[in-house]
Design a protein around this ligand. Structure first.
Ligand SMILES: Nc1nc2c(ncn2[C@@H]2O[C@H](COP(=O)(O)OP(=O)(O)OP(=O)(O)O)[C@@H](O)[C@H]2O)c(=O)[nH]1
Ligand SMILES: [Mg+2]
Length: 245
């Protein structure tokens, strides 16, 4: 016997943070493109999500520490494909929409590709959550100078440079911190419209005032961070010493 792994390396790993998404999992996993590995990061679900994900062919990663960022980062750490995608696991976003995002990364025309959520139905995006997102997007534009409009959870980038960003947020600030640090490092970041559907199952974050408030606080903290001082993490994963912007 040798130590070579039996499973063939997948083209793309897609990280699906999951906290009690039993109802949404079949819809989400059915839309993961062929050849991609679905990494469902189970964040302490009590509704059987992990078993359902496994039965549907996904790889299940367990992350006991609560928090959206903790789940996303556990998925990134567990990934081994060259390109890693992220998508919520609540059936609000179709993972197959990531195919052109990955093409863009592979073509070398972008280093981080983001989905801009466009609600397709009433109730897909509660008014207070949308208002919070608008305000944060405005701050994000001010902070990065990039014409971005959303902190959407649908995204794609190369794995090694993502890890090299050294993201430390483990709660709602994680997706924002990813964009801010990538922008500071000079990554080319693009944004494309994606339909945003009403989630399946009970809302956890933005469907509640408390969750939204928490998210805004986490994100405000990220926006107050100083730009990474001396390390410039380039999108090709080389790390150069240099002066801060
Ligand atoms: N809130 C939350 N979501 C988690 C956690 N771990 C994993 N997730 C998953 O992260 C994704 C995003 O969370 P959502 O609850 O959809 O957050 P949201 O889209 O802002 O708000 P709602 O859809 O209204 O709940 C979902 O797939 C969750 O199941 C966690 O600790 N907290
Ligand atoms: Mg959601």
């Amino acid at each position: 016997m040798n130590a070579v792994t039996l499973s063939s390396p997948s083209d793309v790993d897609i990280v699906l943070p999951c906290l009690n998404e039993a109802e949404a999992l079949p819809w989400v996993l059915a839309r993961v493109p062929d050849g991609w590995r679905a990494l469902v990061v189970d964040n302490g679900s009590t509704d059987g999500s992990a078993g359902i994900a496994r039965a549907l062919g996904a790889t299940v990663v367990h992350e006991p520490r609560r928090g959206f960022g903790a789940a996303c980062h556990a998925g990134l750490t567990a990934a081994d494909a060259e390109v890693v995608c992220f998508c919520d696991c609540d059936a609000s976003l179709d993972p197959s929409l990531l195919v052109p995002f990955v093409d863009e990364i592979r073509a070398g025309t972008a280093d981080l590709v983001l989905g801009r959520r466009r609600p397709r139905a009433r109730g897909a995006w509660p008014v207070h959550a949308r208002a919070g997102n608008l305000a944060l997007a405005r701050l994000l534009r001010g902070r990065t100078g990039l014409p971005l409009h959303d902190l959407g959870p649908l995204r794609a980038a190369r794995r090694a440079p993502l890890l090299a960003l050294g993201l430390g947020d483990r709660r709602s600030g994680y997706p924002l911190q990813m964009v801010v640090r990538a922008a500071d490092a000079g990554w080319r970041i693009t944004e494309h419209d994606v339909p945003y559907l009403p989630r399946t199952g009970a809302s956890k974050v933005t469907g509640t005032w408390r969750g939204t408030w928490q998210a805004v606080r986490d994100m405000s903290r990220v926006l107050r961070e100083e730009p990474a001082p001396v390390r410039e993490v380039r999108a090709d994963a080389t790390v150069r010493e240099g002066s801060a912007r």
